[in-house]
Design a protein around this ligand. Structure first.
Ligand code: C2E
Ligand code: MG
Ligand code: MG
Ligand code: MG
Length: 287
């Protein structure tokens, strides 16, 4: 809509919001066909031990290769897929793809740097968590691929589990009993009741990137350090492993290692990339 010259900032902001809404609408309606046409792909970001930097697994991160807009990150379309429910078939596809990739790694390089089979982490959105087929779908995918359940870790955000009742936790509990790891993603952003942690069937806390960013300042904020220290000690007393997200520098890695964090993920180690690279990385660590 053409506006007379001299249009103020508000009109400009309006036009931008309109454009965003149009794109959002376009992307939303394009999602089902995109899934059918195979426009989604997965990048894998290595997960490493903070102690020696050895790779023990990877997180699967979905991308959309859109015919007009190019490669779109998950923040652009996961919320839309959540909203329309397409996240269920899309999430099933990601799980299927990532699990067969992990199975393939196991055939090539059976063990990660810690002598255990390489782990594959897959994100679950709240809608997937509420979907009645979650356990059956996951079991079917594992059985079809032959991947052992202990090699799979499902990441659920802390905010998705805030106030979760037993009905919501039951499928996660069933998966955990089968040996699947459950990680609490973006931990520390959700203001959850820490005492609540003990009733969640989780075995890993993924400390949100915002804490890692706090370690970047020199000297790091002593309050930030205390908070991380507190979270780590609570996690360890509940026998949870602590993974840190978004490690971008060696200084951060060192700081977080000193604070007792166990494992890490971030650009300092490796950016998300194609699946064959993980194989090379873990082989390089093994020698
Ligand atoms: P997340 O699960 O917390 O994933 C970590 C995000 O941090 C990824 O962004 C990753 O690329 C980014 N990252 C990793 N290392 C660094 C670093 O050192 N610095 C910085 N600045 N960023 C780093 P990405 O790939 O854009 O994914 C964003 C979010 O989208 C994910 O956050 C996850 O919540 C969601 N997502 C991704 N794939 C899927 C999926 O298959 N299903 C669902 N439901 N959600 C997904
Ligand atoms: Mg995640
Ligand atoms: Mg995360
Ligand atoms: Mg995060």
């Amino acid at each position: 809509r053409a506006k007379a010259a001299g249009g103020n900032r508000f009109e400009f902001a309006d036009a931008e919001a309109d454009a965003r809404a149009i794109t959002r609408h376009g992307l939303t309606t394009a999602l089902p066909a995109a899934l059918e046409r195979g426009e989604f792909f997965i990048e894998y970001q290595p997960l490493v031990h903070l102690g020696d930097g050895s790779v023990y697994g990877a997180e699967a991160l979905v991308r959309w290769c859109h015919p007009q807009h190019g490669v779109l990150g998950p923040d652009r379309f996961i919320p839309l897929a959540e909203h329309t429910g397409l996240i269920v078939p899309l999430g099933r596809w990601v799980l299927q793809e990532a699990v067969s990739q992990a199975r393939f790694w196991h055939q090539q390089t059976p063990l990660g740097g810690d002598g255990r089979p390489l782990r594959i982490n897959v994100n679950l959105s709240p809608t997937q968590l509420h979907h009645p087929g979650l356990v059956a779908d996951t079991v079917a995918v594992l059985e079809r691929s032959g991947l052992e359940p202990a090699a799979l870790c499902l990441e659920v955000t802390e905010s998705a589990l805030i106030g979760a009742d037993e009905d919501l936790l039951k499928p996660l509990r069933q998966l955990a009993e089968m040996g699947v790891d459950i990680a609490l993603d973006d931990f520390g952003t959700g203001y959850s009741n820490l005492a609540n942690l003990r009733r969640l069937p989780v075995s890993v806390l993924k400390l949100d990137r915002s804490f890692t960013q706090g370690m970047q300042r020199h000297p790091a904020d002593p309050v930030d350090l205390k908070i991380v220290e507190g979270i780590v000690s609570l996690a360890h007393s509940l026998e949870l492993a602590v993974t840190v997200e978004g490690v971008e520098t060696g200084a951060q890695a060192e700081q977080l290692r000193d604070l007792g964090c166990d494992t890490a993920q971030g650009w300092y180690y490796a950016r998300p990339g194609p699946p064959d690279r993980l194989h090379t990385l873990s082989l390089a660590d093994a020698v």
